[in-house]
Design a binder for this molecule. Structure first.
Ligand code: HEM
Length: 247
């Protein structure tokens, strides 16, 4: 297939073939190892998918590097850590639903904007200590731009730059004023022993979790809600009667 910028790539959908490719040492997810055009410097920050590829984090890391990076953030995503977030998320959800319920009869609501977007953003921002409203807005704008593969070349380059500025500023702030958040945990790991995390890995790990925490779950929520609303029999099962087997 052809990616934006006339970059030719494989889009593999056959399971057996995928398995073969993913376990073949000649195939790599790190462009620095396998992509001649990247290695030769032909791919510049204006390329629409640049921010996805030009990173040093779990998306590009292998073996012990991957394990090291994953271990540093895994404490935030254990079953127990996630469970402690439950009351907060339930409160956010209830508040948003109250807001939707207060909409005057007959007025159209943008469910994606009013409900699906705010929840993941608030959760991930709280988890990583992004408390300033302006920074949250800026992050959302930048993440939206990263996911916009039709963005103009100047926007792509500006987004890459802007993302690194916002995240470096966040790191600087948390270095001055550490908090009870994952950004501070990552900084502490870096400061304690420089071999556990480089500065680029620190910023790019924030980039990965914060952008993954924005878009993916938003799409999950609005697609799930749309699917349920267009399949009333299924809505009936999960919404009113409870999951199968509970009635
Ligand atoms: C429905 C929601 C989500 C979907 C469909 C999804 C999908 C994926 C996929 C397909 C990958 C593998 C990418 C690859 O290596 O080729 C991945 C990796 C990853 N995702 Fe998600 N994701 C979701 C939610 C999230 C959230 C909420 C976060 C952060 C809070 C997150 C953080 C990550 C991280 C850190 C990795 C790299 C893991 C590793 O390499 O070990 N994801 N995700």
């Amino acid at each position: 297939m052809e990616l934006p910028g006339q970059v030719v790539a494989w889009a593999v959908s056959d399971h057996a073939l995928l398995k073969e490719l993913l376990t073949d040492a000649r195939v790599s997810k790190d462009p620095r190892r396998h992509w001649p055009a990247w290695i030769n410097g032909e791919i510049t920050p204006e390329w629409p998918l640049f921010t996805w590829v030009a990173v040093t984090n779990m998306f590009t890391a292998y073996g012990s590097d991957h394990r090291r990076l994953r271990k540093l953030v895994s404490t935030a995503f254990t079953a127990r850590a996630t469970e402690t977030l439950r009351p907060r998320i339930e409160r956010m959800t209830a508040d948003l639903l109250d807001g939707l319920a207060a909409t005057p009869q007959g007025q159209v609501v943008d469910l994606r904007e009013e409900y699906c977007y705010p929840i993941p953003i608030q959760v991930i921002c709280e988890l990583f200590g992004v408390n300033d409203e302006g920074t949250r807005k800026e992050l959302r704008r930048l993440v939206d731009s990263i996911f916009n593969t039709a963005a103009a070349p100047e926007e792509v380059a500006a987004t890459f730059q802007g993302m690194h500025t916002v995240l470096s500023d966040l790191v600087a702030l948390k270095r001055r004023e550490p908090g009870d958040d994952m950004t501070s945990v990552l900084i502490a790991a870096r400061e304690e022993d420089g071999t556990r995390l480089t500065e680029a890995e620190l910023v790019d790990t924030l980039l990965l979790v914060i952008s993954a925490g924005h878009e993916t779950t938003v799409n999950l929520l609005d697609n799930a809600i749309h699917a349920l609303l267009t399949h009333p029999d299924q809505l009936e099962l999960v919404g009113r009667a409870g999951p199968p087997g509970t009635t």
